[in-house]
Design a protein around this ligand. Structure first.
Ligand code: DX5
Ligand code: ZN
Length: 217
């Protein structure tokens, strides 16, 4: 299976966001990853609707929105209207996960669940048929530029084996500390969507770096 690459806007240069989005548009980017933080679910605040709307105007790539916010169910329609194509919520942040996932689907977005490193994937196994993407956090959410947590590899591996045994077609997305080194580890474990922020945008040639992340293996 060919894997997908989703560079994270969090690491872009906000003074030159248009230039960076133009670069992503021309690159091997599959989805544009957009991290929303509320200062409550995670100890950081990032950006929200106006920035998402601005990005939407200049790209044809699917916008993959990762909500690191409490009570995400209150904002589904606003994210849809601002341009989200894919909407991923944290299982730890919502009380009625099944209902919220169904609402996301009904609004025409691809639903995803994100799990903190310490949350077992088994806790959401019953709702896997409802989603398009399971995002396994490979760092603690809240900040770019952190080091990859290696025990998450075991989680990815058991999840991939279980999904294959059930014939489930759900993306396994990894997010946090992904670069050309950790790429090999997570692909081998069974991930198929790579989010990468600082490794892409701090490289000398971000477009070439994205192409390298997209290379098989
Ligand atoms: C972290 C965010 C990530 C972040 C990844 O909470 O969910 O998407 O942008 O950044 P890097 O690739 O720098 O770890
Ligand atoms: Zn993210």
């Amino acid at each position: 299976m060919n894997h997908l690459v989703a560079p994270s806007v969090l690491a872009a240069d906000f003074l030159h966001l248009g230039r960076d989005m133009e670069m992503l548009e021309k690159s091997a980017t599959d989805w544009i990853h957009f991290d929303v933080m509320d200062g409550r679910f995670v100890p950081n605040i990032s950006f929200g609707f106006p920035v998402l709307q601005a990005v939407k105007r200049v790209t044809t790539k699917p916008l993959d929105v990762h909500l690191m916010i409490e009570q995400p169910e209150q904002y589904l329609e606003s994210f849809k209207n601002a341009g989200a194509d894919r909407l991923t919520i944290h299982a730890e942040a919502v009380r009625h996960l099944d209902r919220t996932l169904n609402e996301i689907r009904r609004m025409g977005m691809a639903p995803g669940i994100a799990l903190n490193p310490a949350t077992p994937w088994e806790s959401v196994r019953h709702v896997l048929p409802l989603i398009d993407t399971l995002l396994i956090m490979t760092v603690n959410p809240g900040f770019g530029g952190q080091s990859f947590i290696t025990y998450t590899l075991d989680k990815i591996r058991t999840l991939r084996a279980w999904m294959d045994s059930k014939g489930l077609d759900v993306h396994i997305q990894v997010d946090g500390g992904i670069d050309l080194k950790t790429k090999a580890l997570v692909l081998e474990a069974g991930a198929d969507v790579l989010v990468s922020g600082s490794a892409v945008f701090s490289s000398k040639d971000p477009m070439a770096y994205i192409a390298a992340l997209k290379e098989p293996g």
